[in-house]
Design a protein around this ligand. Sequence first.
Ligand code: NAD
Length: 345
Amino acid sequence: MSGFVHDAPAQRVVFGLGAIARVADEAARLGVARALVIATPGSGARLGARVADLLGARAAGLHAEAVIHVPRAVAETGLAAARNAKADGLVAVGGGSAIGLAKIIARDLSLPILALPTTYSGSEATPIWGTSEGERKTTGRDVKVLPRVIVYDPELTLGLPPAVTAASAMNAIAHCVEGLWVPERTPVTMAYATEAMRRFGEHLPRAVADGSDRVARGECLVAAWLAGAVLMFGTGLHHKLAHVLGGFGLPHAETHAIILPHVARFNLAAAPEARARLATALGDDDPAGALERMLRGFPIPQRLRDVGFAEAKIADAAAQIAAQQLKEPRPASGADVRAILSAAF
Ligand code: NAD
């Protein structure tokens, strides 16, 4: 390993079955007296109402209007809700969509976030925000948006449908796989990524098959935290390609899941340490093949054609990536990316 810089902002993490009961104490510890609870609509709103109840006098309201990729209008409505509620903090309950809206409000109003994640995508562990305008997605980094506290309660994930379980976890697995080959990796992120992969490899198929398996759910949530903590150190071909495909309107987590085995096969050929670590963590000498078999076992779209991607767009997407001149762990030319996308199609 060559030189590295390990710079991870501090974050308090509380984990345990039933940990949701600690949310009011954790908000108090954070100095939050008027928390706006942020959630997605539907079942997310019901969970949000439960969290608001638990917060009691510390709840300033529930805003259950989060939408994936935080479209500009959704961000503005959220900002207005936080101002109107005179919120001095945000409690985001849900997946990356709820946490993503809280991050934009936190960024613009300088409010602390307490996150209660219910999927495995890992946004709660990163200082990365994202917004969208039409099909254009913008991301940035600001330590203000990193949740100051994460409360992980596996009970909250028991009702997560198998498809969201699988897709959001494949998104987290992509953070780990890519974290093992990016130049920004450090001994700590390598250890996190490897440990997260081991837990996902063993427990994710069980959590998908039986959502009520509390042990598997807990192990996957721990893995999701570690995977999220790896993500903030840097991304490469995989995440950049997923971002470009997202620009074509493809679903976020599913797209990550579909392209991961193909990008892994391409990059692992030039990343022996990443390959060896994944082989050990997954107990398989062919880690890209193991990822592909894992995907095949899950009830989610398997090919880019299944998520509405038009084959004619392959050249455009490949050109966008080639223009970025990615070099690590191996150069990715337009022809290389076309081959990866054709295989995934
Ligand atoms: P999501 O938050 O969009 O949730 C997917 C669906 O599952 C939603 O309909 C939601 O209401 C539902 N859901 C969530 N938890 C549930 C539960 N416990 N029970 C039943 N239903 C539940 O999914 P996601 O994949 O976690 O988030 C995707 C978003 O997160 C994208 O916008 C992505 O860009 C962002 N993201 C950001 C980062 C980051 O570091 N900034 C990292 C990963 C993902």
